[in-house]
Design a protein around this ligand. Structure first.
Ligand code: LRH
Ligand code: MN
Length: 431
């Protein structure tokens, strides 16, 4: 029996108040889709298969290098983070797994953590290593890099950390390791590009050798920050080359915020998938840099276009199942609300992509009819699929309106009672 943080009676009451309108809206959309020979119950069932992992580091209030303004009832440890994630899952029903970041979430007793998560009906998604910060008792620094550092002993320290993260992940039931490193340079001449990349490949191979046979290793590229002149794994090309050189189960992870403004990310998705190296996503949104804003909050059409590619790929490769995760920093909203809302925005993009008339689209492409090709995509994008999201949640025991339900539960206020806010001045950084 799963432990639940929100009373199921409250969810039923809140759903009961909205059920009739949902039925009306759902029926109206069903008739509209029927005209296109689409069965709404099939699409709703497909929507319920989408799962997006929650970032453990996104459950607490985030910050920037300037400041962090903690909210009330902040989670103080991984167990309270799991409690909050269980609320997101109970109301939204599409985020059953958590992606941990080590050592931020390093448990004293992995078995205890696994049992605690299982009691909440939660599991563990990809593990994230961290060689972009020095730990308190660390004698060798990552200041000038980690897996690509010029000194072998520093690289060995970073490799050992990644292997330790894999071993912990195995105890928790995870099936993937995400490797993002900030290694790079701030000035021309500071780093030898190919030597540094060569050191990366050697380190990645050593980590890959420790990878269990049913695991994936996900390489995450990023254009800049913390390095501001060059980054070793700076773009999808570098990531693809490294994944190819490292091994078959080494794939590329696309964090939407890690590209220059206006980069065509949906085409990068298509390329990586075409060559069998698309392994996962960190969903978020951004207007300028790696802003880590809520998914779909700035450029929802781009999120739709990414899923349009993913549905097309899935159509040709049924076994295609990338790791989907949110990677956001919630600086001014209640993180639980932002994660509920963002997961739903990812699901909305997926549902709209499922509704694209792909036969018509390929005809317009073959006939070089750009207007009708674009209009075919827009026809799906412009549909209001909210009734499908609500029905998918209600049918799987969640809330028709999860934000309203969350606020009615006063869960955050309860946490404020149970979790005294640390009066410490607001440090910076995301945890
Ligand atoms: C780097 C990144 C990476 C995580 C970190 C929290 O910007 O996207 O995925 O390790 O954020
Ligand atoms: Mn990321």
């Amino acid at each position: 029996m799963t432990t639940t943080k929100i009373s199921t009676d409250l969810i039923q009451q809140e759903n009961h108040r909205r059920q009739d309108w949902l039925q009306q809206d759902y029926q109206a959309l069903a008739e509209k889709l029927q005209r296109q020979h689409i069965d709404i119950t099939t699409v709703t069932a497909q929507a319920q298969t989408l799962q997006v992992a929650l970032p453990s580091w996104g459950v607490g209030t985030g910050g920037t290098r300037f400041a962090r303004f903690p909210g009330i009832g902040e989670p103080r440890n991984i167990f309270e983070k799991l409690d909050d994630c269980s609320v997101i899952q109970q109301l939204g029903r599409m985020t059953p797994n958590i992606s941990l970041h080590i050592p931020w979430d390093k448990p004293d007793d992995p078995r205890e953590l696994k049992q605690y998560a299982e009691a909440l009906g939660l599991g563990f998604d990809a593990m994230n290593s961290n060689t972009f910060q020095d730990q308190a008792n660390q004698d060798l620094s990552y200041k000038y890099g980690s897996l690509t550092h010029t000194r072998a002993e520093v690289r060995q320290l970073a490799i050992a950390h990644n292997i330790e993260v894999i071993e912990l992940g195995q105890q928790l039931g995870s099936k993937a390791l995400t490797v993002w490193i900030g290694d790079g340079s701030n000035f021309p001449g500071q780093q030898h590009f190919s030597l540094a990349f060569g050191r990366y490949l050697e380190s990645a191979r050593q980590i890959y050798q420790a990878l269990p046979s049913d695991w994936n290793m996900l390489l995450e590229h990023k254009m800049f920050e913390p390095a501001f002149y060059s980054t070793v794994i700076q773009d999808w090309g570098s990531s693809y080359l490294a994944a190819k050189e490292t091994g078959e189960r080494c794939l590329c992870l696309v964090d939407l915020g890690h590209h220059a403004p206006n980069v065509n990310i949906e085409m990068i998705v298509s390329r990586l998938a075409q060559f069998g190296k698309l392994g996962g996503f960190h969903f978020n949104d951004s207007k300028y840099g790696d802003d880590d804003l809520d998914s779909g909050s700035i450029n929802p059409y781009q999120l739709f276009l990414v899923f349009n590619e993913l549905v097309d790929i899935q159509g040709n490769m049924p076994s295609f199942s990338p790791f989907y995760m949110l990677d956001q920093s919630h600086n001014v909203t209640d993180p639980i609300e932002s994660l509920i809302y963002s997961a739903a925005e990812v699901q909305r993009a997926y549902i709209k992509a499922l509704l694209v008339d792909r036969t018509a689209l390929s005809q317009h492409q073959d006939n070089n009819d750009p207007l009708m090709a674009q209009a075919t995509l827009k026809a799906a994008y412009n549909l209001d699929v909210e009734p499908i999201l609500q029905m998918a949640r209600m049918q799987s025991g969640g809330a028709i309106d999860p934000i309203a339900c969350y606020r009615a539960s006063a869960y955050r206020q309860q946490c404020a009672q149970q979790r005294p806010t640390d009066k410490q001045p607001s440090g910076s950084g995301i945890i």
